[in-house]
Write a protein that binds this ligand. Structure first.
Ligand SMILES: Cc1ncc(COP(=O)(O)O)c(C=O)c1O
Length: 385
């Protein structure tokens, strides 16, 4: 029986290795081991106090379905954020609340493209893009980036790829995962304008905005065109577990996305939406958390090269260090497995982000507490000795 009733072909996406490492670490923890978590981009700090307070208050009342686009006060508050932070006017009517940016990506790929559409992105890049696209019958087009362009995708590369075989979309994260590198504002403008000229939909993953250590990230909305902006409360706002994010949509996509969302999810959990409304008031605490990341970043940039990790990619933002392990191995997978089991340090192997070159790289997340990150490098030093 089980041979005949198999899982769908569309489900045959690759595993998200960072999540698999997290599971393997949880198995070891269940068996009593102590593990330092540097595998997932998950803040070690809790959500700001104002968020927790708003959640407590929300629990006193009734929690129900909300409008599929999200509760109006949250959409209005997000619109204000664009005014305050970037000086960009976006009406609340173009903002949609989603179940994390992950929910936003599902809706974006379904609502903006038809099956077979080709969507370009940088490799190395966030693995879920590729996996969601494949499951939905779209085609990820991975364009290798490297030191020549500071590990970011350029408008020239997009134009070249489009000339070879037409693209329907381009997806850029800045700061990026796993590299942490930022697409500078002028380069972002070039991308937005090139895509507009070529009739390609531009998708801007701005989930790491707020986590920039030098300079400032600009939103793709500042450059006209009709980009779709994807964002989330997960990272800067320390709310991974609340599963709440948002999209900024061109006017004509709002209703199609609303229709899809009504049937897929009904709505984002009201508790998380009410809590997220207070996230923008947690600025002081969040900036203090970010200062901790800044110290973790400095610590890793100093310590990892001395331990033998090479070719460290510029960490402009986010909370990742993507480093070569070529001095130790040609199999990052095996290296991270041994590192987890023998040193008790979890990190993510490069093939999660880059099929072609990832076997020589691993990614460390420094979103954990300072104590945890220092413990991690001490364990690595002892293990590598
Ligand atoms: C670049 C990028 N986009 C999107 C996500 C998904 O985040 P969430 O669904 O929690 O908003 C992540 C998570 O690591 C990420 O690194």
């Amino acid at each position: 029986m089980s041979g005949r009733l198999a899982a769908s072909r569309r489900s045959r996406v690759e595993p998200f290795l960072a999540m698999d490492v997290m599971s393997a670490a949880a198995d070891l923890e269940a068996a009593g081991r102590d593990i330092v978590h540097m595998e997932v981009g998950q803040p070690g700090a809790p959500a700001p106090r104002a968020v927790l307070e708003a959640a407590r208050k929300a629990l006193e009342g009734r929690l129900g379905y909300t409008e599929a686009l999200g509760i109006r006060p949250l959409r209005e508050r997000i619109a204000r954020h664009y005014r305050d932070e970037y000086g960009v006017e976006v009406p609340a009517s173009r903002i949609m609340v989603t179940t994390g940016s992950s929910g936003g990506f599902n809706l974006t790929f379904l609502g903006a493209f038809d099956a077979g559409a080709r969507i370009a992105m940088a490799a190395p890049g966030y693995p879920a893009y590729r996996n969601i696209l494949k499951a939905l019958g779209l085609v990820p087009v991975e364009i290798p980036v490297g030191p020549r362009t500071r590990w970011v995708l350029t408008a020239d590369e997009v134009e070249r790829a489009h000339a070879e075989a037409p693209l329907a979309g381009v997806l850029v994260a800045s700061p990026a995962n796993p590299t942490g590198t930022m697409t500078l504002p002028e380069a972002l403008r070039d991308l937005v304008e090139t895509c507009a000229r070529l009739g390609i939909r531009f998708i801007s993953d701005e989930i790491y905005h707020g986590l920039v250590y030098e300079g400032r990230a600009e939103t793709a909305l500042a450059f006209g065109g009709e980009p779709i902006v994807v964002n989330s409360f997960s990272k800067y706002y320390c709310m991974t577990g609340w599963r709440v994010g948002w999209l900024v949509l061109p006017e004509d996509l709002v209703r199609p996305f609303e229709r899809l969302s009504q049937s897929f999810y009904i709505s984002v959990p009201e508790l998380s939406q009410r809590a997220a409304l207070a996230a923008f008031d947690g600025r002081e605490e969040l900036e203090a958390v970010k200062e901790g990341y800044r110290r973790n970043r400095a610590h890793l940039l100093e310590r990892l090269p001395s331990l033998g990790f090479d070719e460290i990619v510029p960490v402009d933002g986010a909370f990742y260090v993507y480093a070569s392990v070529a001095r130790f191995t040609n199999d990052a997978h095996d290296f991270t497995r041994r590192m987890l089991h023998e040193a008790g340090v979890a990190a993510t192997p490069g093939p999660d982000f880059d099929h072609a070159r990832g076997h020589r790289y691993i990614r460390f997340s420094f979103a954990g507490t300072e104590a945890a990150i220092r413990e991690g490098t001490d364990r690595l030093a002892a293990w590598l000795r």
